[in-house]
Structures are given as C-alpha cells and as structure tokens.
Ligand binder design. Structure first.
Ligand code: ATP
Ligand code: MG
Length: 438
C-alpha cells in the first residue's frame, strides 16, 4: 500500500474537472471508420511491391541521433529543426526516426545484407516537428523502398515505373513526375563554386536561413520554400549544365527509358531534395490538388551513403511516399471497401442468448473467411435488428427460443437479396455458403 498524504481541503473548494487528455498536436488517431482505407492503400502497395520482387524490412522507430545527423546532413531542415531527439534514462542520444532510409541502410550494414543486390520496402510512422497543416503532420506515415547493389539507370527506371503502376492501381491520374540529376561529387564541387558566386551577388536579398546555408551547404539554398526567393533561385546556374560524362550518360539513359515507357517528365533543375545523401537521379511525384503540400512521393540515388555510414561502397536508390497525402487524393470511401460483416447474428430469449456465441462459432468453423458479427449484450429484438441493419451486413441470422427448440434459425436478407428463410441449424453453413458465394 502506498501511504497517502492527507491534504486538508476547504470543504467548499469547487471540484476541478480533470483535464481532457488529447493526442499530441500534429499526431492523429486513425479511427476504425478510416482504417479500411489505410489497409486498402497498404494492401495495393504491398501486392505491387511483391510483384517487383521487393521484400519487407521492419526497423525500430527510434535510432541513435548520430545516425540521422550523419546521413540526412547537419544543415537540413530535418536535422536542424524537425527531429524529436531526447536523452534516454541511460544517457543515450536518441531520435524518433524522421525518415526510413538511414535506418534501412544501418540495418542492411549491421545484418550483412549487402553482399548481393537487395530490393527492400518498409512502411510505418515517421516523426518531424513541423507546423501542422493539411498534408503536413508531426507523425505521418510512409511506405519506402530501397534498392542496394545496383548502379545502372535500369533500376532507376524500374522504380519510377513501379510508382506509376501504383498510381494507376490507386486510381490517381493527376500526378506528374519531376526529375533532376545531382551529378557526381566532383560535378557538385564545380557547381557549388559557381552557385556561391551567383548567390553572393544577392546577399542582401537572401533570408537568414539561406545566408547560413550559403556558408555551410549552398545547394540547400535551392531547396528554400521562401516564395520571395523563387525568382532568384530560378535564375541560378543549373546543376544539369555541370554533369560529368558518366552522370550525364546515366541521366540520358534514364530519360530515354522514361520516354520509351511513354512517361511524361518535367525536368526540374532546382529539385535538390531536402536531404544531403542524394546523388545523380532525384525525382518527385507532385500534384497540384493538395496546395503547398504537393509532393506525394520522393526519392533518388544515394550511392555514397552506405560507405559514409561505415559499410562497403554500395550503390543505392530509393523513394518514400506520404500515405496521408495519397489518401487525401484517392481511395474509395469506407463504404465502398468491404468493411461490413457478411452476417449479423441476433439472439432473443434466454436459451437463444445462451447459445448465440456457440452457433456463431459453428458457422465460423464451417465457413472459413466468413465475416460474422455476433450480437452480445442482449436487448430487444427491435434494437438488435436495428444494429444488424446498421452494421451493413448482408444477412441477419435470427435465433429465438422457439426456433432454437425446433433446431431452426431464420436467415433474413438485409440488402434486398430475396426473402426470409427458415433454415435447419444443421444445414445453416451450407445454405449460407451458397448465399455468400463462399
Ligand atoms: P516536403 O517538401 O513536403 O516537406 P519532404 O521533401 O520533406 O517533403 P521527404 O522527406 O522526401 O519529404 O518524404 C517523402 C514524402 O513523405 C513526401 O513527399 C510527403 O509525401 C511525405 N511527407 C514528408 N513530410 C511529411 C509530413 N510532415 N507530413 C505528411 N507527409 C509528409
Ligand atoms: Mg519537409
């Protein structure tokens, strides 16, 4: 027993209602009414990825903070402003993962997966402390894909075509592909010099963030979301003019492949992506339908990251898509998805109520895959029947004391599929199998 300290309270002190507990700002519950849509989206992606030979990997939600600093880059929005970092009780510096690539690379190195090419995917929540608004949350969900050990433009092409096929499966029509090449490290060194010289002329116009980045990581200036800098950034030298012959050949081959696949591409020389680890191919799928939060899928090649994190040099390419944004654009309504039960079992009377769960078990035993909701908790026939109807079930099974005594159960169509029927309990499963096409 915990000893309680008694505090003398004035008798007339008004009782304070307990503060209502709420989810953390920017982090949302996915309620049962919505989860069918999530499952539909995840199911579409899972099936499609399996069709391309990808296998799932599940990583922890928490990693050493150093992993993200070293991979995403110190001078990025994510690391500078958005990470949920904390010291745990043992003094370790940990962060909730803001994205999946770093963890996936860490896992692939740690478990020796890199001896042969790997096609991996993962799904789950990511955490970034951003200003919450439509399409931008502090806990959001991604499905991500990473391929290790393949360096040619063929895998870049395959990944992009995989995403196009996914949009088709999801019924998304108004997405367009933006593409750029960040070249190889030596290309970027040359570009960086010219970019700095260019931006230097406009120091007075740059905002505080961009000035800092100009000194530390000038390419990041191109990633600025400040609309006042748009024109200035648009007129900056283009990285594509600096590609060395190998990066150029890679980019050209990818463009030819995309053209051959009939995919319309918008080359965007300002697309640098918000993370430091990319090289060569970078791409984003964008829509105009979600306002400022228009990017639904983004990725690119990161050939240097595995080595940078301590693994043997391994080419790699991946992308991640934002599930909230995809669901905002697509997905049938919950009603269109098969979320409702096939059967709702109603039981009225003492004997019937006592038997209901067992009858339901018998049906489940004999009809694998059936979706049967058994009413529990009693109540009048009328109220139970209302619930049966509201559940969206196709048939109500009505069990009454009298019927039970005669070994019968009534099968009542709830969606206008024929007339009510009295069926022998022994024959129930066969009868239902016919009705439900199971
Ligand atoms: P943005 O430019 O919108 O901030 P980003 O470049 O930071 O996106 P990535 O790190 O590339 O995003 O993540 C891939 C995808 O994850 C994005 O295209 C987007 O669909 C989704 N995403 C990123 N951040 C959020 C967020 N805070 N809330 C919801 N979805 C997000
Ligand atoms: Mg961002």
């Amino acid at each position: 027993m915990v000893e309680q300290t008694r505090v003398a309270m004035p008798a007339q002190a008004p009782a304070k209602p307990p503060a209502q507990l709420k989810a953390v700002r920017g982090m949302h519950d996915i309620l049962p009414a919505d989860s069918a849509r999530w499952q539909w989206l995840e199911g579409c992606a899972r099936d499609l990825l399996a069709g391309y030979g990808y296998r799932e990997i599940r990583m922890p939600l928490v990693e050493q903070t150093g992993l993200f600093r070293r991979s995403i880059g110190e001078v990025t929005d994510i690391v500078e402003k958005e990470m949920y970092s904390f010291e745990d009780r043992g003094g370790d510096h940990l962060s909730l993962r803001p994205e999946g690539t770093a963890s996936c690379v860490r896992a692939a190195i740690e478990h020796g997966l890199l001896g042969q090419p790997q096609r991996l995917w993962y799904a789950g929540p990511m955490f970034r402390r951003e200003r919450p608004q439509r399409g931008r949350y502090r806990q959001f969900h991604q499905i991500g894909v990473e391929v290790f050990g393949l360096s040619g433009p063929d895998i870049d092409l395959e990944q992009i075509l995989l995403t196009r096929r996914l949009w088709e499966a999801l019924g998304l029509t108004d997405l367009h592909l933006e593409l750029n090449s960040l070249g190889d490290p030596a290309d970027r060194v040359r570009y960086r010099e010219d970019l700095v010289a260019y931006l230097d002329q406009y120091r007075d116009a740059l905002d505080e963030d961009s000035l800092r980045r100009l000194a530390t990581n000038p390419l990041r200036v191109l990633d600025s979301k400040n609309p006042l800098l748009r024109e200035l950034i648009d007129a900056a030298p283009s990285l594509l003019d600096y590609l060395g012959s190998e990066a150029r050949a890679h980019f050209d081959a990818l463009c030819r492949g995309l053209e051959g696949a009939g995919l319309e591409v918008r080359i965007n020389p300002r697309l640098v992506r918000g993370l430091d680890y990319y090289n060569r191919t970078v791409f984003e799928w964008v829509t105009d339908a979600l306002g400022a939060q228009g990017a639904v899928c983004a990725g690119g090649r990161y050939d240097g990251l595995v080595e940078q994190l301590g693994g043997r040099a391994t080419p790699a390419i991946g992308f991640a898509m934002g599930l909230e944004r995809l669901l905002d654009l697509s997905a049938p309504s919950a009603a269109d998805l098969k979320d409702a039960p096939d059967l709702y079992l109603v039981a009225v009377g003492e004997q019937a109520e006592a038997r209901a769960v067992l009858v339901a078990e018998q049906v489940r035993e004999q009809l694998p895959g059936v979706r049967l909701l058994c009413h529990c908790g009693g109540g009048s026939f009328k109220s139970q029947f209302k619930k049966a109807d509201r559940s969206g079930a196709h048939f109500a099974l009505v069990l009454g004391d009298e019927e039970l005594a005669g070994g019968q159960v009534s099968v009542k169509p709830l969606r206008g599929e024929g007339a009510q029927e009295s069926v022998a309990l022994a024959d129930l499963s066969r009868n239902l199998a016919g009705k439900l096409g199971l």
